[in-house]
Design a protein around this ligand. Structure first.
Ligand code: BGC
Length: 434
């Protein structure tokens, strides 16, 4: 069976954002940002205070860093040497879910089980040493309300996490209780921060002219340094970093696939922007579009963004790899023209995602510039989609230049690999050395 040409074109159009629409989205994002700065209730984004500004670069000493925000939990011992230098002394990590063995992110898992698992990993990172004092920075990558740098109350799970007893609770309290249960009383959490904030701290520690940090991975979110906010409970320079939680940005037009996916998701109505752009969801949208083309609407194939990436990378004459993935996941042997179309579909979904992400960066750049000139700057980004997904970075760059016009040369994106861990250590140092 060959795909219906008209239907295919219509689906491609659904996922295409032209230049005019791109400008509208960036403008609407900026407006939402401005509304939120006036009164957070007016914005669709949460715009959460982090109680931390930029590091001064003189942060030093050895710290523990816990990176908890995706399906892998990691713990590092990091020595900060100041002046942008650091060394990872030890690194341990484990997935929160191993199919058939355990699953700490499903509905049946409890907060206790999840945090006991994390405490065990921390114990491994300190080699069971229960004597020496360790200060810990905790990157907790979910929307959380903070009243100071060391206290973050989870508002709502995202990224399809569903563990009971964590929403509404203070993450570091759950961690301290788990550490106590394990007899680890020498590890003191002193800072908790979103992964976007960690990336911004990490990048700014090493490189000047960075005010925006973003994660483009399983989930998506961005933070920036807001110069007008200062708080006696805060540390750091230049104002306060705001965690936008822009995955929740709502003022944009979802297509019918976006709407349908959202309705059947773990949290309908939440994280609409994230569900259009991040790695956790691109494969789902891709699968839905393929099902429609195959006349199997509603069927799930378990396609992931990694599958999309491998298909896009397949430039072989016969598209062998792409065909194999379709065979393995969709269970069909498609003819060459249809495999080409499926690959095309993967591309348009990735390109849409990159353009949307770029439009949010530009909105923040505009907002920070206000009526003044846009300054030279880098937007620090970490995450597998940014790093590994073909077409993602180049389409961000292209969209930045479409939106910024003559200022395009002033703004670029840079990869800050592993910023979630380093940023947590920097935040711990800032808390201890303030
Ligand atoms: C969370 C954010 C996080 C982002 C990237 C989103 O689902 O709400 O807090 O920064 O994922 O990990």
């Amino acid at each position: 069976m060959a795909f219906n040409e008209e239907q295919f074109k219509e689906i491609v159009t659904e996922f295409t954002i032209d230049g005019e629409r791109l400008h509208e989205i960036a403008a609407s994002f900026r407006q939402d940002l401005q509304l939120g700065l006036r009164d957070v209730e007016l914005s669709s984004m949460r715009m959460l205070k982090s109680y931390v500004g930029l590091p001064g670069g003189k942060e030093t000493g050895e710290y523990l860093a816990l990176d908890f925000g995706g399906t892998n939990v990691r713990v590092f011992r990091i020595r900060l040497d100041g002046g942008g230098k650091y060394e990872i002394v030890k690194r341990v990590g484990r997935p929160l879910i191993v199919p058939g063995e355990y699953d700490y992110i499903c509905k049946d898992a409890t907060a206790e089980q999840m945090f006991d698992f994390i405490a065990e990993l921390i114990d491994e990172a300190i080699d069971g040493n229960h004597e020496q004092k360790f200060y810990l920075g905790h990157t907790f990558s979910f929307p959380s309300t903070q009243t100071n740098l060391n206290n973050a109350r989870l508002i709502i799970w995202t990224k399809e996490f569903a563990t009971q007893g964590v929403e509404g609770e203070v993450a570091n309290d759950l961690l301290v209780e788990a550490l106590k249960r394990r007899g680890v009383n020498n590890v003191e959490p002193v800072a908790v921060l979103n992964d976007t904030v960690a990336v911004l701290l990490s990048a700014a520690y090493k490189t000047p002219d960075i005010f925006i940090g973003s994660i483009y991975a399983t989930g998506h979110n961005t933070c920036y340094l807001e110069p007008s906010i200062h708080d006696p409970n805060g540390v750091g320079l230049g104002g306060m970093i705001l965690n936008l939680e822009c995955g929740n940005f709502m003022k944009l037009m979802p297509n019918r696939f976006d709407r349908e996916y959202d309705e059947g998701s773990e949290k309908p109505g939440e994280q609409r922007f994230e569900k259009m752009v991040s790695g956790r969801y691109m494969g789902e949208l891709f699968g839905m579009a393929i099902a429609e083309l195959l006349g199997e609407k509603g069927k799930k194939y378990g396609l992931t963004s990694v599958d999309m990436s491998m298909m896009i990378l397949d430039e072989s004459e016969k598209l062998t790899k792409a065909s194999d993935i379709i065979m393995a996941k969709v269970g069909r042997e498609l003819d060459f023209e249809d495999v080409k179309k499926v690959r095309e579909l993967a591309k348009v979904i990735v390109i849409r995602s990159a353009r949307l992400v770029a439009s949010s960066f530009v909105a923040i750049v505009w907002q920070r510039a206000g009526k003044g000139k846009i300054v030279h700057q880098h937007v620090a980004v970490d995450g597998s989609v940014y790093e590994k997904m073909p077409l993602a970075k180049e389409n961000i760059t292209k969209a930045l230049s479409e939106l910024l016009g003559e200022d395009a040369g002033k703004v670029d994106t840079i990869l800050d690999n592993g910023g979630s861990g380093l940023g947590a250590a920097i935040a711990a140092a800032m808390a201890v050395q303030k």
